[in-house]
Design a protein around this ligand. Structure first.
Ligand SMILES: [Zn+2]
Ligand SMILES: [Zn+2]
Length: 323
């Protein structure tokens, strides 16, 4: 089969590979669509804690299996041990033995991949293969929103108007919360104008100095200044969800800890998603697929992927989908 292999940093090539052979409990999936995200671009550029090379990337994948022809599935990219403390407490995304498809195991930038049968979730009719590939990032947004315990009384501020910022907004809106999105790049912000006006999502152009305190802040951008700015926007008892990792944060000012102490703020982290988050994401897609079509920037071929990496790395555009 044809596959795109990352052999070392910045070296992605189309190769001919033998068909994957599923282990016990696994199935062979014919890839229908695979989305590229900034994590893939980061892995291409500088590696990743959980990446083992050489590797076929691709963790946002939909596809078909022989056993049920015509039925589309999405893949929860995790494979957890099922018995450790994290797994038993419903946090299988944090399992120390986690093997992630597209990181530790070969992913979907290929014609086929092998995955655990239990990782497959059926896609409802009416959700196409490219849209279905967005289930994984949507599930990560669901995970973050659950970590921050967002509810219908909350005013939420999201830093970053990229794909994940929009998906976080959608999940918060589905919870009944009020949402504003901040992004210093007005061009980027303008790409979601129709979505935002349809759902009543305000904008908050500047990272600091704007009026109004909020209950919850998400950073859907690695920009370090959103950490400090976000903390100062939180009302007493507010929650900051560290959704994106922050690159090169300078020394954390001690006044942040004063804020935490005197105003009883809460910090929560969010990394990846559980199978349960994925099933909620599939439900959301069945309700909102039409509203999210604009997140599919364009469909590309496997051999076009290497030339897209630089643009994805700097956050240009929404999702490119190999389909
Ligand atoms: Zn991703
Ligand atoms: Zn485990």
């Amino acid at each position: 089969m044809k596959a795109l292999l990352l052999t070392k940093q910045k070296s992605l090539t189309i190769v001919e590979r033998p068909m994957p052979t599923p282990d016990e409990g696994e199935v062979l999936v014919r890839v229908a669509a695979a989305a590229l995200c900034r994590t893939d671009a980061k892995m291409w550029h500088s590696g990743h804690r959980d990446l083992h090379m050489p590797r076929i990337l691709g963790h946002e994948v939909s596809g078909f299996i022989d056993a049920s022809p015509g039925r589309l599935y999405v893949i929860w990219p995790g494979k957890a041990c099922g018995s450790c403390h994290a797994c038993r407490s419903g946090r299988e995304n944090l399992c120390p033995d986690m093997r992630i498809t597209g990181f530790h195991r070969d992913g979907g930038f290929a014609e086929f991949l092998a995955v655990p049968r239990s990782s497959l979730l059926e896609v409802p009719d009416g959700v196409g293969a490219s849209m279905a590939a967005l289930s994984e990032p949507l599930a990560c947004a669901v995970h973050g929103v659950r970590q921050a315990s967002v509810n219908s009384c909350d005013q939420v501020l999201i830093y970053g108007a990229g794909t994940l910022g929009i998906l976080l907004a959608l999940v918060c809106l589905d919870c009944g919360a009020t949402v504003v999105i901040a992004d210093p790049d007005e061009d980027k912000l303008s790409k979601s104008t129709a979505f935002r006006s349809g759902f009543g999502v305000g904008t908050d152009l500047h990272l600091s100095g704007a009026d109004g305190l909020v209950d919850v802040v998400f950073n859907a951008t690695p920009a370090a200044e959103t950490f400090d700015a976000g903390v100062h926007r939180l009302a007493a008892g507010g929650r900051f969800c560290l959704f994106s990792g922050i690159g090169n944060l300078p020394v954390i000012p001690s006044r942040i800890f004063d804020e935490l102490h005197y105003r009883e703020l809460k910090f929560v982290g969010a990394y990846g998603c559980t199978r349960n988050d994925m099933s909620e994401a599939v439900r959301l897609l069945s309700c909102y697929a039409d509203d999210l079509q604009f997140l599919i920037e364009r469909r590309i071929r496997l051999d076009e992927v290497p030339s897209e990496m630089e643009a994805i790395l700097v956050g240009k555009g929404f999702r490119r989908i190999i389909a």
